[in-house]
Design a protein around this ligand. Structure first.
Ligand code: FAD
Ligand code: SF4
Length: 485
């Protein structure tokens, strides 16, 4: 069922709506070809009630159902509304586990209960043992669990990653795109570059191309950013995995096989597998563990409105403008762009988490609350007070300069720390630390920064804080209505 509630509860990027509806329609068509009876409700069907609950009721009646069987939904909000159906629906409602994940929720809760701290690395090792991926007996392949420190190379000059395949929209997709333009014309983003896989076959093709062309360098350049080069060596598979048209375990097995065949280095295969059986599974488990509190979390008491350039891309900060451009054109930006540019700016500028969450949920084609919320609230904004991340990912312009080619041609000078023309990330970084000193200074991973601050002359400190104030005073809040009506 295509229901209006889901297309508009935040005003999703046009490409995200087109992707989801097209993938659903293709799946229904394939099932019919395979001989299944499919009862499919289109968004514009006259009797469509616009909600999951309404459509489940209607379907149960239409078919004289003796039971209703559904897969557990990905979002807390939907789970609550479906649980509310159990009384009114006069037939049993079975909720089955979601097999797009390798770790069931009961299994995750058992792991969480056995730990005093809930670190991803520990969970990841358990998942490596469970799946046997990159294991040699009880030991990790190569003798190390994690090759993260080999995954942080800066981009090389003239680096030219092979592009990810794009899939030309067919008749089904074009029809959906036409409807999206008509019904959701005021939503963020463009459909001009639409080329996401919308079928399991296309997702397979995308996986093969990734393993062959980009996985070999994926590990090394995982954290790099290059102006205008949106994907680098990333897989672009999150939309397919999250939709359920690509099996996460198969992705990992293919990466492992490429390593066994000597086609990719261990740090690439391990880095990719860690993202999927480590981060993806852990993030999903943390979502269900921490909801509903996570949605309101704001440990740092951030209150600023989201700046308008998150929607318009109109800013002289070259890094931010490029990430917003990619987001608008592709409904995608890669992990470090999300975390260390867009997330980092919102963190150090003190933007209210719920506004940042709405933005991230609306603009990315792979965004569903189970994955967006922990990544934004807990990882990028430290709103959960460090349940997920050991320290806030706050950084000055130095980090962005080291990991990208953004700064060279920026209007701002990354080497200027304060005053006119200084990179805004520089004073905001110190302002953030000073503002949040009470909460953060006992964190041993940040205490060195406070020691540096304390060694600065008071006049220098005043310059930093004065510059930060100027940056913050110059931010224009986003107009209402972008994320929600
Ligand atoms: P690759 O870099 O090729 O990674 C391979 C796969 O690993 C991804 O396809 C994805 O399935 C998985 N993965 C990697 N990191 C994560 C992670 N932190 N959490 C969950 N899965 C991960 N991912 C989403 O799927 N949806 C989101 O809404 C989303 N929002 C994010 C918001 C912020 C602030 C941050 C920092 C990260 C977010 N991520 C989200 C995680 C990550 O950025 C994307 O999964 C990734 O960029 C997708 O591109 P890719 O397929 O090329 O990933
Ligand atoms: Fe971004 Fe600052 Fe570099 Fe400009 S100088 S690209 S604002 S980090």
């Amino acid at each position: 069922m295509e229901v209006a509630d889901e297309t508009t509860y935040v005003k999703h990027h046009k490409a995200k709506i087109a992707l989801i509806l097209s993938a659903m329609r293709h799946f229904a068509a394939w099932l019919r070809e395979e001989g299944w009876h499919v009862d499919y409700i289109m968004l514009e069907d006259a009797k469509n009630t616009g909600s999951f609950s309404g459509e489940i009721f209607r379907a149960a009646q239409r078919h004289g159902a003796s039971a209703v069987r559904i897969t557990e939904p990905g979002e807390w909000r939907v789970m609550k509304s479906l649980e509310g159906l159990k009384g009114p629906l006069d037939v049993p409602l079975d909720i089955l586990p979601d097999d797009r994940f390798l770790c069931s929720l009961p299994e995750f809760y058992t792991w969480a209960q056995s730990r005093s701290t809930l670190r991803m690395e520990n969970f990841y090792r358990q998942m490596r043992r469970k799946t046997g991926l990159l294991m040699e007996g009880d030991e990790p392949a190569g003798g190390q669990w994690n090759y993260d420190e080999e995954n942080r190379a800066a981009p090389d000059k003239g680096m030219n990653p092979p592009p990810a395949p794009k899939f030309t929209p067919d008749a089904i997709t074009r029809k959906v795109m036409e409807m999206v333009e008509r019904r959701f014309g005021d939503h963020f983003g463009s459909l001009d570059h639409f080329g996401w896989p919308v079928t399991a076959r296309q997702a397979q093709e995308a996986l093969c191309a990734f393993i062959e062309d980009r996985l070999p360098s994926f590990g090394k350049y995982q954290d790099a950013m290059v102006h205008g080069s949106d994907d680098l060596f990333h897989s672009l598979l999150s939309t397919s995995i999250n939709l359920g048209i690509l099996d996460p375990l198969e992705c990992c097995r293919r990466a492992q096989q490429a390593w066994l065949d000597g086609k990719v280095p261990l740090n690439a295969a391990e880095g990719f597998i860690r993202q999927i059986i480590g981060w993806r599974e852990y993030i999903r488990g943390m979502y269900w563990l921490e909801m509903p509190e996570l949605a309101d979390a704001n440990a740092l008491g951030a209150t600023r409105a989201l700046p308008d350039f998150y929607w318009t891309g109109e800013t002289d900060m070259r890094c931010v403008a490029d990430c917003v451009r990619s987001t608008r054109e592709n409904a995608h930006a890669h992990h470090i762009q999300r975390l260390m540019v867009l997330g980092n700016f919102a963190l150090i500028a003190g933007v209210r988490p719920q506004e940042v969450e709405d933005w991230f949920l609306a603009v990315y084609a792979d965004a569903y609350e189970w994955v967006e919320l922990p990544n934004v609230a807990a990882m990028a904004l430290w709103a959960d007070k460090g349940r997920l991340a050991t320290k806030p990912y706050a950084a000055s312009g130095n980090y962005i300069n080291k990991m990208s080619d953004y700064c060279g041609e920026c209007t701002y000078a990354v080497s200027r720390k304060t005053g006119e023309g200084a990179c805004p990330f520089n004073p905001l970084y110190w302002d953030f630390l000073v503002r949040n000193r009470k909460l953060l200074e006992s964190n041993h991973r940040i205490s060195r920064a406070y020691a540096t601050w304390d060694r600065m002359k008071p006049e220098r400190q005043r310059e930093y804080l004065g510059s930060a104030k100027e940056v913050l005073d110059g931010l224009v809040p986003a107009a209402n209505g972008w994320a929600r009506d």
